[in-house]
Design a protein around this ligand. Structure first.
Ligand code: DON
Length: 312
């Protein structure tokens, strides 16, 4: 298996970008959040940050985009830090086999969402992050945490995206009210969703995102800042959840094609972890039928095949 030092990663990302350029614009940009529908569908960015600290990028890798559900990795990490394994009383660890915003399973499983990455599960996790805080404080904590992970100060929330989602987030209000009716949320629904919509509206570029995920590729410690974020065991477990649940009902397909832990967002981003090697972020707004970036998934499939980084 080649190590990062024997691979010409810059040529690999350049080749992937060049080969995908004729296909830019494929897939369907998310439009259920009106502000997301305004994004240019032909954007494409990719960044690799290796555990040695080398950065390789192509295309729009330094253009910020809405990370959306990728934020669920960071809030899960925060909630584990605050509550440890107790979080599993509120959320499961199984793939859902349903769409990211599905409500069907919540009723017969008593308001316990299947995993922390579907919307219901992420809302339950945000409720745990909120513990002891006002929504404003919790939003501040999430932003500070992501800046700390990425070692970048200029990461902000796009307030227009947060407002746009709050104005149209009927399905998320339904999910949250349903969970609250089972006594599975401790805070008022509008507080929890206020934080959730803001975390999803974090704007980051591919380089920042890859840096923020680097601790997961390096046994829990960011090798660039030397910050110990989580234990080795916890990093392994977060990666396991990303692999099994990070792409909703497309998780099996992503594991089959890419073979790496990954988390997608409807903004068209994917954060992907190659344990012991690198953290990778890709952005292409057109989505496949599961709500995952179409060309982003393909770019990662090409990367995994050319580097041999699959965990299998
Ligand atoms: O809750 C929502 O609908 C969005 N803020 C996030 C959904 C999302 O990114 C799903 N990922 N593919």
């Amino acid at each position: 298996m080649p190590g990062t030092e024997t691979l010409d990663l810059q040529s690999i990302v350049d080749d992937i970008h060049r080969e995908l350029t004729p296909r830019l614009g494929e897939g369907k940009v998310a439009d259920y959040i009106p502000q997301l529908a305004r994004v240019d569908p032909k954007r494409f960015g990719m960044a690799i940050v290796t555990v040695e600290g080398d950065v390789h990028m192509a295309g729009d890798a330094q253009v910020p985009f809405s990370i959306q559900s990728i934020s669920k990795v960071f809030t899960l990490t925060l909630a584990l830090g605050k509550h440890g394994e107790n979080i599993w009383k509120r959320v499961g660890r199984e793939p859902s086999g349903s769409a990211f915003n599905s409500i069907v399973q919540l009723e017969h499983e008593h308001g316990i969402p299947r995993n922390p990455f579907i919307n219901a599960g992420a809302i339950a996790i945000t409720d745990l992050v909120l513990a002891g805080h006002t929504p404003k404080e919790a939003i501040g904590e999430v932003v500070r945490f992501v800046r700390y992970l990425a070692d970048e100060d200029d990461i902000v929330i796009d307030a227009d995206v947060a407002r746009s989602e709050a104005a149209t987030g009927y399905r998320n209000f339904a999910l949250a009210n349903f969970m609250r009716s089972f006594g599975k949320l401790d805070h008022p629904v509008d507080h929890v969703l206020g934080v959730y919509f803001h975390q999803c509206a974090l704007a980051m570029n591919c380089v920042q995102l890859a840096k923020a995920g680097l601790f997961l590729a390096a046994s829990g410690t960011n090798p660039l800042t030397k910050h110990s974020v989580v234990s080795k065991q916890r990093a392994r477990r977060i990666n396991a959840l990303m692999l099994t649940c990070g792409h909703y009902d497309g998780s099996g397909d992503f594991a089959y094609r890419v073979g790496l832990p990954g988390k997608s967002g409807v903004g068209g981003g994917i954060l992907c972890v190659a344990p012991g090697k690198a953290s990778v972020a890709v952005w292409s707004p057109g989505l496949n039928h599961n709500g995952n970036s179409l060309l982003g998934s393909l770019a990662l499939e090409m990367l995994a095949s050319r580097t041999g980084w699959s965990v299998f």
